[in-house]
Write a protein that binds this ligand. Sequence first.
Ligand code: ATP
Ligand code: MN
Length: 467
Amino acid sequence: MNPAQSIRIRDLLATQQPTAQLVTAQGWVRTKRDAKHLCFFEVNDGSSLSNIQVVFENPEDAIAAELARVQTGASVWVTGTLEPSPAKGQNVEIHGTAVEVIGEAPADSYPLQKKRHSFEYLREIAHLRPRTNTFGAVARVRNRLSFAIHRFFQERDFFYVHTPIITASDAEGAGELFRVTTLPADNPPIAEDGSVDFRRDFFGKPAFLTVSGQLNAEIYACALERVYTFGPTFRAENSNTTRHLAEFWMIEPEVAFCDIDGNMDLAEDFLKFVLRDLLSGCAEDMAFFDTRIQTGLIETLQKVVESPFRRITYTEAVEALTSSGRTFEFPVSWGSDLQSEHEKFLTEEVYGGPVIVTGYPKEIKAFYMKLNDDGKTVRGMDVLVPRLGEIIGGSEREADLATLERRIDESGLHREDYWWYLDLRRYGSVPHSGFGLGFERLIQYATGMQNIRDVIPFPRAVKSAEF
Ligand code: ATP
Ligand code: MN
């Protein structure tokens, strides 16, 4: 058993003119059917959505005995000749000459039966769900997109930086943090004022899992000019939505000498690049999502790749919403944050495609976003897409020291906590911009999968951390 020597099923299936050559395949049995003198079964090894069909005709007794152990879910090893297949939908099949069941799967207890299971049920068996069509396809799409993301940035001279997972600063003062501590939960040291004494904790101060690598990425952008992160982030979101996880992966490019317009161009080029790469590189899986999960998906994505994104200001967005005559659950007026229902309305009904919104009121955005000359709005930017709403959040960063200090004060934060961040504005400050893209949101958008828990192998969410 040498993985370097075995041919993957995807490559067997791609054989155009089989010459009855002897091949070996290995994988897990998806279905099996016995007929008189004949035994058919399908094997999948995860290399593609398609299975390879194996046929045994008039097997001799020893092989027939082994075939009896071939059941849905079993892992097998088969040898045979690769032949043209008479069945439709497949080019080739294996005419078996030898078979070995590596690991049996008792039919009465194997949790993946032939019928279609609900995604809710499959979440409960996350150790077996990658063996289904949908979750195999999601895994391959996730892999392809990861690689495309690195390729996009590497081809444009961005450096990949690793920002810390444990941090003592809350990037936005936004809360929703997971605490990291080695203090005993049952009997923590208490300070004079009665609170837990975190000076005696591992880091000598409170520490948390990161919610964003942005502030650290800014440090490297202000030295290497173009950088990006791609790593896990954590938010103790107490909201049970289909768009939020407690642990998710974020891509955060950060670019020096770049203003909000350059930032919008980057975000648009980026999304188009990775989606185009996905459509060509995962054609079979994408066709599956198109027919089984979200009708018209491929056409929509193709349109996204080909047409320019609409760019509007927050003020224009509010006007479009208030003049629409539509009643929203959350009423809109200038100053209020856009909710996902508004974002969907704008992208689906007003503009019919992705929209980039800029110029948000400073009160609803983070302190580090560059203040516009009007003193009221900031150069924040959200990329909104149909079905999902916000997929990217970013901004031009405040590069002026005095303004940034004032914004920190106004936001109720403490300058001392951001001394190093302020130093970047003190020494060789430069206009710079960046954005954050939730990787799972991108996969949701690209596949049409409804629930974010179904696009990450092992979802972490409220009351859910099995596996
Ligand atoms: P939302 O309003 O949807 O909660 P946010 O404003 O909190 O998003 P940002 O702080 O701007 O989001 O984070 C950047 C990106 O990270 C978002 O555009 C989104 O793609 C993604 N994201 C944010 N929170 C989550 C989460 N809990 N799970 C998965 N992805 C997330
Ligand atoms: Mn949020």
